[in-house]
Design a protein around this ligand. Sequence first.
Ligand SMILES: Cc1ncc(COP(=O)(O)O)c(C=O)c1O
Length: 436
Amino acid sequence: MSEGASELSYEIREIVKKAEQLKKLGMEISWENIGDPIQKHHKLPQWIKDIIADLMKQDDTYSYCPSKGMLETREFLAKQTNALGGVQITADDICFFNGLGDAISKVYQFISRTSRVIGPSPAYSTHSSAEAAHAAHEPITYKLDPNNKWYPDVDDLYNKVKYNPNIVGILIINPDNPTGMVYPLETLKQIVEIAREFKLFLIADEIYINITYNGARAYSLSEIIGDVPGISMKGISKEMPWPGSRCGWMEYYNRGQDKDFNNFCQALDNAKMIEVCSTKLPQVAIPKILGDARFKPYRELINQRIGRRSKIIADILHTVPQLTFNETFGAFYNTIIFRDGTLRPNQFLHIENSKTKALVESWVNKPDGKPLESIQMDKRFVYYLLAAKGVCVVPISSFCSELQGFRVTLLEEEEEVLIKTFTAIRDGIVEYLASN
Ligand SMILES: Cc1ncc(COP(=O)(O)O)c(C=O)c1O
């Protein structure tokens, strides 16, 4: 096994193994762990399904496609980016992948082992794990500050870059998973300036770029990057949403500005060529769906609904004094932090069912009943919440963070269920913190 292999972990799905054990004991689980709108009962409108069904009736959708992806689709996407008025690209600057997950696992692979890409903390673990695995070292991160609306701490980023000559790139995730923060324009400009000063390249994961609400607007990398080299990553898993399509793409900006960067983009294209190509059907569907006049109003409506849920969740949780709670403005997650000193190793939630109680205690305590020291305190809370209230959330310590808290999703479409779930979370927190 390679040295980097131990850096791979994905708590967003690991927690499911625990929840499945409880499900076997008869528990009903509310899945707040994963950002899959379809799993949370979102239904694509009929007109989108009709477009996809019609494409499936055409013989040529069953073949391979060009390695970088369908030319017509890449031309369509290049035009969309160019219309923003920033950096200009052609179809040749776009390469398709089997979901952004595939793109993320490749983008760090072709950077030399000692060169590092600094990313936000809390970190979306697909990025931080892949980057750490390439370097066989723990991730290097800059702080998102929960006491300042989760905005990036630009001084922290500047200093880390300045004092670590191995850093060759900066990752931004905008809007952010797991915090739901949208990078302010000024901050983005400052990050571009840091990249320019230290001759770095930028990676922007923009899978949520069109998912903003309650008055926010996310600025794309293409709009603010100027002549700095960079890669934007986009996809349809969240926006359409069609996560099962496994379809995402990279857009390369300013390839001509730097020979190394240009070679790097070429290596990414070549890696896809070795695999032959990515999934074709969703690529063919993209211009037909995103280019349809019905798409924008449909997306706006879903965004409004997420915004409304964001406010409902804020109403329920922001009153708990032991929490640091920030309202969200993009993507569909929120990260809620326990204030320092509020979590302690011997807290618990009352669990009626003796089998369930024994199971959760086997996860959080040693055989002698004393708390397991190796388990993070937010994970302990998350396990109790799961076992006592049936709500599955993800501990924030699993997102490369020293903070203690948890991530929830804003995806529950039924308002009554949403209110019930978040009231259960709040009651769980209050009861847990008062238990010891
Ligand atoms: C920030 C971010 N990037 C990438 C992905 C993966 O997307 P895909 O379904 O295209 O692999 C996710 C999925 O949750 C995400 O949150």
